[in-house]
Design a protein around this ligand. Structure first.
Ligand code: DGL
Length: 358
């Protein structure tokens, strides 16, 4: 090849290199986040813009929820699926199983970075904790709702949805378990609870506090959840057609044994007793629970008090009665863990271990 030709080729390569260097960097595509819509107030509508109660939940579809927040396009590539369209007081374990399967299917895809679930706030904490125990991926799963319907002045849904999608799209959210993102706060599924019937900042983790906050569409974390979750749990609902039936009995002055006997008659496999104080049992309630235990029903002593753990062998001799204590789980969350535990064992020592681990 002549020298002249060498020079021409060298100049051509140089020109290509300079052109490549001058071209804008190819930005990586935004993460793909799928929104699974289930209903609730975030999808609610009211007759007037000032109505924040007495509205109709679960009327706005997922496409409209996404269209109402065009800013989502700056943080993620978003797709939506309408899994249910219900007020969350109607959510059931059967819904949870459907949701869990769809979440696992989506997160198993390489192109999906995270999932957001829009949900009514009334039972949001229960769905979140169930998914925290069964989802088999480290990718972010974020539950979000609203306390004002979409038609309200200063509706909180759009900003809550934006933050939830931004959180689900963030690398920092990987491996932290299922989270609830409302009112700029990030809470762990296990610890969060609805604390106020109407306030925008209703979701709190009263004893253990938030995991972090959303600031300008970015998460700022301050702690991690200590208890095992998602890929670290022993619970797999892939082949579970129906969760074992577990009921909750609320104790109050004079409550006696009526609710407990009714649960036994209904054929439950487990009873969570939401006792007074440190899980204390009245004479009648204790007698009813002892009888239930003799029928093979697993009994968990929880408390109606929102803070603190129920001490084992404190207000009752759990060793002698063969009862389990709920640690610091609320009665409604203890019920979820007991139902999942019963998919694996009826051994109360094993179940007590699970209440210490999850
Ligand atoms: N019906 C309630 C529910 O769907 C409304 C509460 C809400 O979503 O904020 O949970």
């Amino acid at each position: 090849m002549t020298t002249r030709r060498h020079h021409t080729l060298a100049l051509a390569f140089l020109a290509l290199a300079l052109a490549a260097a001058a071209a804008p960097p190819q930005l990586a595509p935004l993460p793909q986040v799928t929104i699974l819509a289930t209903g609730g107030t975030i999808a609610g509508t009211a007759a007037t813009s000032t109505a924040t109660v007495g509205y109709t939940a679960a009327t706005v579809g997922v496409a409209a929820l996404i269209a109402a927040v065009p800013e989502l396009a700056a943080v993620a590539r978003v797709s939506g699926e309408q899994v249910f369209q219900i007020a969350s007081e109607n959510m059931t374990p059967a819904h949870w199983l459907i949701l869990a399967r769809r979440v696992d299917e989506l997160l198993a895809r390489d192109d999906v970075a995270g999932v957001v679930i829009t949900h009514g706030t009334d039972t949001l904490e229960e769905t979140a904790y169930f998914l925290d125990l069964v989802v088999k991926s480290a990718k972010p799963v974020v539950l979000v709702g609203a306390m004002r319907p979409s038609t309200a002045i200063s509706a909180d849904g759009p900003m809550n949805l934006y933050n939830a999608v931004a959180l689900a799209a963030s690398r920092e959210a990987v491996g932290r378990g299922v989270m609830v993102c409302m009112n700029d706060r990030i809470d762990a599924a296990r610890d969060v609870t609805k604390t106020n019937t109407v306030a925008l900042d209703t979701f709190r983790s009263p004893e253990l506090g938030i995991l972090g906050v959303m600031e300008g569409g970015r998460p700022a974390f301050y702690r991690t959840a200590e208890r095992a979750h998602t890929t670290a749990t022993e619970f797999d609902v892939t082949n579970v057609k129906e969760l074992p039936n577990v009921g909750v009995a609320l104790a109050y002055a004079g409550s006696g044994r009526v609710a407990i006997d009714a649960l036994v008659a209904a054929g439950v496999k487990g009873i969570v007793n939401a006792g007074v104080g440190d899980g204390s049992l009245s004479v009648e309630a204790k007698a009813a629970l002892v009888e239930a235990r003799k029928r093979g029903i697993v009994v968990v002593r929880a408390s109606r008090i929102p803070g603190g753990a129920v001490a084992r062998n404190g207000e009752a001799n759990d060793d002698a009665l063969d009862f389990v204590v709920a640690d610091n789980l609320s009665p409604q969350k203890a019920r979820i863990l007991l139902a999942l535990a019963l998919t694996r064992t009826a051994d109360t020592r094993e179940i007590q271990r699970m209440f210490r681990r999850y």
